[in-house]
Ligand binder design. Structure first.
Ligand SMILES: Nc1ncnc2c1ncn2[C@@H]1O[C@H](COP(=O)(O)OP(=O)(O)OP(=O)(O)O)[C@@H](O)[C@H]1O
Ligand SMILES: [Mg+2]
Length: 474
């Protein structure tokens, strides 16, 4: 910002300088032209008298011209020595102004320069702004060579006051500098306002990013602008929203997982303590405790392996070991595995497999999908219930449905059944040994196979899980 101010200031200053010297040059040219022509004409006129050394004639001519041209006129010989001075003060003195040496030494016909009266210092018309001296009085020196038979035999010097012209020039300069300062200030103000307008939304965004980098995902940016900034703000907001949800679900996951691991550990600890502190415990009770501890360990190891499966799928480096399979065959296998439990509950498992539905997929993962869905149906449906499993081919897809006439899932819980650790009836499904991870694993596995899963249910009437899998895969 400072650099920008400096550049603007300097360029305006340079512009003011060059403009004022341009005006100065113009004014000088006017003056010089008049003085030069007058002096040149005079030089021609007196050339013979100089040659002949007619001092009286010269004196009268010079004082006449001096009156006409409004300045002091001096005649110098070819050595720069004053021969005649209309003011009569400098006779015999040698002058070494550049205007004189330019003619005598360099052979110029005329020359002009402005000098400070007191010091003789020459004015640099190209740099008026920086060589300005406030209270100096200025005089103009105009010189012209007196030529006779192609030889310079003397120099005429007209010294005229240019104070008034210089005053005007200075006034003009002052005014110009003032105008430029005003313009520069206005431009700077505009630039500042403009820069503010641009940096303000960026600042908001920056603060948002800083908050987010410190782990505060609730940061949102508002943008009143339209266009790119609004889009940027919207993109930022949707990103931070996603990160916030991700952060929350991660925290939820960790707390759920630890809770899930803690419960069986606490149960086991109580039972173990009873075994330790009651050595004379009834043999049967002791055996029962041992059994309970054993099943808690099973539960723990199930949770851990489920968690591992999920973490593996999250890290996106799951490899599917695909082979040619028949979904119908897999369903039959799983029905066979679950039959004993279903028999215990006097449940019927009815299979309607209208097509073998050959698929190129990962056997164990597809098995997990089918088993989890059928196991849920058996587990949550009351004794004497009905489980219907169907498989149909629809175009290039296999549609596999598991329907039961159990308690169903309340409408408000439906959107969450695929969430991790989600259980509809917390107490009851825990009793049944569930951790709430089954469906989320199923969901991930179906997605991995390029398929989709959804649930339809009416409370009290049963639930239906529908899986669609593309048949022609890689
Ligand atoms: N067929 C169904 N009928 C009624 N409720 C069901 C059915 N299937 C699942 N649910 C409900 O959805 C919840 C989530 O099911 P999920 O399979 O993910 O977990 P779980 O069966 O409790 O545990 P896990 O499968 O990990 O042993 C269950 O707790 C249960 O409340
Ligand atoms: Mg389950």
């Amino acid at each position: 910002m400072l650099a920008f101010l400096l550049i603007v200031g300097l360029s305006f200053f340079a512009m003011a300088g060059s403009l004022s010297s341009m005006v100065g040059d113009y004014l000088f040219t006017q003056q010089i032209r008049a003085d030069r022509t007058g002096l040149e004409m005079l030089a021609v006129k007196i050339s013979d008298d100089v040659y002949q050394g007619d001092v009286d004639a010269l004196r009268s001519q010079l004082s006449l011209a001096s009156g006409e041209m409004g300045g002091r006129i001096m005649l110098l010989d070819e050595n720069g020595k004053v021969q005649l001075d209309t003011f009569g003060e400098m006779n015999g003195e040698r002058l070494q102004y550049p205007e004189i040496t330019n003619i005598l030494a360099k052979g110029m016909t005329t020359d002009y320069g402005v000098h400070e009266l007191e010091t003789g210092h020459q004015l640099d018309s190209n740099n008026l702004l920086f060589t300005r001296r406030g209270n100096a009085s200025w005089v103009g020196y105009c010189s012209a060579g007196v030529v006779h038979s192609s030889r310079i035999i003397g120099v005429l010097l007209l010294v005229s006051p240019v104070q008034e012209m210089m005053q005007n020039l200075y006034q003009l300069q002052d005014r110009m500098v003032l105008i430029f300062i005003v313009i520069a200030a206005a431009a700077l103000l505009c630039a500042l306002i403009f820069a503010r307008l641009i940096t303000k939304p960026v600042g908001g965004l920056m603060r948002g990013i800083q908050r987010m980098s410190k782990g505060d995902f609730s940061a949102r940016v508002t943008s009143k602008n339209s266009g790119e900034f609004k889009q940027l703000a919207q993109a930022f907001n949707s990103m931070s929203e996603k990160l916030e949800t991700l952060d929350q679900s991660r925290n939820q996951f960790v707390s759920n997982a630890s809770h899930e691991l803690k419960t069986p550990l606490a149960t086991m600890k109580i039972m173990l303590e009873s075994l330790i502190y009651q050595p004379d415990m009834d043999k049967e009770l002791r055996a029962e405790f041992m059994n309970d501890i054993n099943s808690e360990i099973d539960r723990l190891s199930n949770v851990v392996s489920d968690l591992l499966t999920l973490v593996q799928m999250d890290s996106k480096n799951v490899k599917l070991t695909r082979e040619n399979l028949s979904i119908a065959a897999l369903i039959k296998e799983n029905a066979h595995r679950l039959q004993p439990i279903a028999d215990q509950k006097q449940q019927q498992i009815a299979l309607t497999l209208s097509d073998p539905c050959d698929i190129y997929a990962d056997r164990s993962k597809l098995n997990q999908v089918i088993y989890n869905l059928m196991e849920n149906a058996v587990k949550y449906t009351q004794a004497g219930g009905q489980i219907r499993v169907s498989l149909v081919r629809q175009g290039r897809e296999a549609v596999f449905t598991v329907t039961d006439n159990g308690p169903g899932i309340p409408k408000e819980n439906l959107p969450h059944v695929f969430d991790r650790f989600y259980r509809v009836d917390k107490a009851r499904s825990r009793e049944k040994g569930g951790t709430g991870l089954g469906l989320s694993i199923v969901h991930q596995l179906v997605l991995l196979h390029g398929g989709a899963i959804r649930v339809e249910s009416e409370e009290g009437k049963g639930a239906s899980f529908i899986v669609e899998l593309p048949l022609h895969q890689g």
